[in-house]
Design a protein around this ligand. Structure first.
Ligand code: SF4
Length: 230
């Protein structure tokens, strides 16, 4: 088929080919078949603006101190914030968790996320982003990992790679925005979005970070329009 004007101006790696190459290189990512939904949402709320080790440590400390989710809406914010110092913004995060868990209780009669299993992904996403401290990335991570929904979360690695792979136009340093992340979501295959999401993050960390890229060793160099060297 003849290339369109858009294809010529904006060469693009096939998302399906990238997915296949990454699965060959890194393999699939296995999620638990029955994840604990409240734990999943809590974890992703703590994961923003911090490192994975700090998030893991804060999550473990928080769950040890507060083993019952149904107690969180009535706990003092100061107490909720204490185990969260390591991830920063502890007061704010504690307040958002407390209020979100209170709104879950108000909406569903108890602190639960189970009713989201019966919602369409866009309905569940709209509900989640209406809660304090939950943006589109956290909502889509929860939907992907917790509910195995056909959505695609975009972090800073995936945002950068999507430009280098030609999935979206060069954003000239702009931070991820709704239109761009929706474009990426509409483009990628939904056969196993969790594995593609995790493998793209690995690719960004291992071969194609913000400062330098190692194209000659990169597992997707054969299809990448930005590949240089070797
Ligand atoms: S390292 Fe090079 S080949 Fe690999 S994704 Fe980045 S720009 Fe493309």
């Amino acid at each position: 088929m003849k290339n369109s004007r858009r294809d010529l101006a904006h060469p693009r790696a096939s998302p399906e080919a990238v997915d296949r190459l990454l699965l060959t290189h890194y393999g699939p990512y296995r999620t638990p078949p029955q994840p604990h939904l409240l734990d999943e949402l809590l974890y992703f709320m703590l994961s923003t603006r911090t490192t994975t080790p700090a998030c893991d440590a804060a999550f473990r400390a928080f769950r040890k101190r507060f083993p019952r989710h149904d107690r969180l809406p009535d706990a003092p914010v100061e107490e909720l914030a204490a185990p969260l110092r390591g991830v920063g913004l502890a007061q704010r995060r504690a307040s958002d968790i407390r209020e979100s868990w209170r709104l879950l209780r108000e909406r569903f009669g108890r602190v639960t996320l189970a009713p989201l299993r019966r919602m369409a992904p866009n309905e569940a996403e709209a509900f989640l982003v209406s809660l304090p401290g939950i943006g589109v990335k956290v909502a889509r991570c929860f939907l992907m990992f917790g509910l195995h929904a056909p959505v695609f979360a975009v972090d800073t690695h995936i945002w950068r790679l999507s430009q280098r792979l030609g999935w979206i136009a060069d954003q000239r340093g702009a931070a991820p925005h709704q239109k761009g992340v929706d474009e990426i979501q509409a483009l990628v295959p939904m056969t196993d979005p969790v594995s593609l999401h995790v493998n793209l993050i690995f690719l960004g960390r291992d071969f194609c970070n913000a400062r330098e890229r190692n194209c000659p060793a990169c597992p997707v160099r054969a299809v990448c329009p930005s590949a240089v060297g070797g």
